[in-house]
Design a protein around this ligand. Structure first.
Ligand code: 2BA
Length: 109
């Protein structure tokens, strides 16, 4: 059993969950925030048998797009440290950042 953790853009999350659901795959969506842009993104948790991992990756690849975000001058890119973008800059985001974790057990109690 694996736990797939996919960090996706908010705009892709609904389509991803729908596509997973169509294949009978369960998922959980969590609101998250990127450390660099400090913008909202979505983390989707998907628990699957090992042999389904490639299928899940394929669905993620097919539903999550790469987009470019413009960080405007003066944006707090590292707000806590007080570091601001001095020039507008383009940052590619996505399609998705995917972690595959081995799980010791999966139980419904
Ligand atoms: P953010 O941290 O907001 O990063 C958004 C995008 O900014 C990243 O897109 C990357 O293209 C760029 N970026 C990040 N750090 C940078 C830096 N120090 N200098 C220049 N550009 C930088 P993605 O790589 O597609 O990542 C999308 C989101 O996935 C990230 O949002 C973060 O929430 C998550 N993520 C990415 N790598 C991760 C990791 N190793 N561990 C945990 N979360 C990660």
């Amino acid at each position: 059993m694996k736990l797939i953790l996919a960090i996706v853009q908010d705009a892709d999350a609904a389509r991803l969950q729908e596509a997973l659901s169509e294949q009978g795959l369960q998922s959980t969506k969590l609101a998250s925030t990127g450390g660099f842009l400090r913008e909202g993104n979505t983390t989707v948790l998907i628990g699957v048998d090992d042999h389904k991992v490639p299928k899940v990756k394929e669905i993620i690849h097919n539903t999550c797009r790469e987009r470019t975000k413009v960080v405007t001058a003066g944006s707090p890119i590292h707000a806590l440290e007080g570091i601001f973008a001095s020039q507008p800059m383009e940052v590619p985001v996505g399609g998705a950042i995917v972690f595959v974790l081995s799980t010791d057990s999966f139980e419904r109690l």
